[in-house]
Design a protein around this ligand. Structure first.
Ligand code: SAM
Length: 224
């Protein structure tokens, strides 16, 4: 019996954003690996999914890969979920998937929610060519990366926390220019979803005037 690893995207806010197939697979697998078992329990309970749950997160990823590989090689069918969106996108997943590929274990990633796609598409900024930066480094390498991005002509995608939003927008304005067009998507799919569009300078002003809360994607136009 061949084991198999399913990568299962889960909602980024609105619990309705999950596919029929994702729910079925989560109901059928031998084990669900979750970044935070408490967070995932809310979703699993909502859909009546009652399969064994085990934690697989950034801090135990290296250790837990060995144990999971044993199970997969023994024929288990396992699903990996993260707190929100698609595992492997600024979330754990890559290490385990790489091991499966090396060991010849089948890996199947279901299509589904991920925060950067709706942010990119509804920004109104060209979506034909883009680069996904995820979170900028906090300290080492941050300035170097911003310098490199000043010449980037593709649309740029960043993930950011509400506490760093104004600092990041200010630095983007410094390196890419005050007039560079951008869009900040906050709390996508949730009640207080906001998509703020304008120059980097305008966005700095907008978000400096209030306490920023929630989850954020920044889309920045490439150099023209
Ligand atoms: N795996 C996720 C995905 O597929 O998008 C990303 C996980 S990463 C740890 C979390 C970051 O994703 C947040 O800090 C934020 O930048 C972005 N994010 C997640 N949910 C979001 C939402 N509802 N609205 C805006 N950004 C979101």
């Amino acid at each position: 019996m061949q084991g198999k690893l399913y990568i299962v995207p889960t909602p980024i806010g609105n619990l309705e954003d999950i596919t029929y197939r994702a729910v079925r697979i989560l109901k059928e697998v031998d084990l669900i690996l979750a970044e935070d078992t408490r967070t995932s329990s809310v979703l699993l309970r909502h859909y009546g999914i009652d399969r064994p749950l085990q934690s697989h997160h950034q801090f135990n990823e290296h250790r837990s890969v060995e144990f999971i590989m044993e199970k997969l090689l023994g024929g288990s069918v396992i699903a990996l979920v993260s707190d929100a969106g698609t595992p492997g996108i600024s979330d754990p997943g890559y290490l385990l998937i790489r091991e499966c590929v090396r060991a010849g274990i089948l890996v199947e990633c279901l299509p589904g929610p991920t925060a950067f796609v709706p942010a990119l598409v509804n920004s109104g900024i060209p979506s034909d060519h883009f680069i996904f930066e995820g979170f900028l480094p906090h300290k080492k390498g941050r300035h170097t990366r911003l310098q490199q991005l000043a010449d980037e002509d593709k649309t740029m995608i960043f993930y950011e926390s509400p506490f760093r939003l104004v600092k990041t927008l200010t630095q983007l304005a410094e390196f890419l220019g005050n007039e560079r067009y951008a869009c900040v998507s906050r709390e996508l799919t949730k009640i207080y979803e906001e998509n703020a569009r304008g120059s980097l300078e305008e966005l700095v002003r907008h978000f400096s005037s209030k306490t920023v809360k929630g989850e954020i994607v920044i889309i920045v136009a490439g150099r023209t």
